[in-house]
Design a protein around this ligand. Sequence first.
Ligand SMILES: [Zn+2]
Length: 142
Amino acid sequence: MGEEKEATRRVKRVKEKVAYLKGLIDGADFLAKDEKARTVWENMLAVFDEVGEALEELDRSQTEIEGYLEAVDEDLSELEDEIYGDEEDGYVEMECPNCHETVYLDEDLLAEEEELSCPNCGATLYQSEEEEEEAGKAEAKE
Ligand SMILES: [Zn+2]
């Protein structure tokens, strides 16, 4: 287990205070003489005790859920690395205008190649700026 959560520390403080209160009540002279007052205090103490236990239980299951989520998150990251490669920012997400499939293009290839095509349908996705300019000029001449 890692560092203790703030919530866990607070639950422990609550339980400590309930234990302290229990000690006070056990040692209180005025309660020894007053049966009714004693019953009231003991019942209140039982409620505090119950609340403390319930909080502890909740905190335990919350910690369990957090641990589970962390594990799922790690698995997901590993899976993402396997699918998209280890470099987190090495890919550009793009929707193919032809087949509308979301495809991932390698940034390095984007920089090096003059033209990239859709891995799904083969349509041209990307042209270097030079080529686009030339295509523009050609159109203008016509
Ligand atoms: Zn496509």
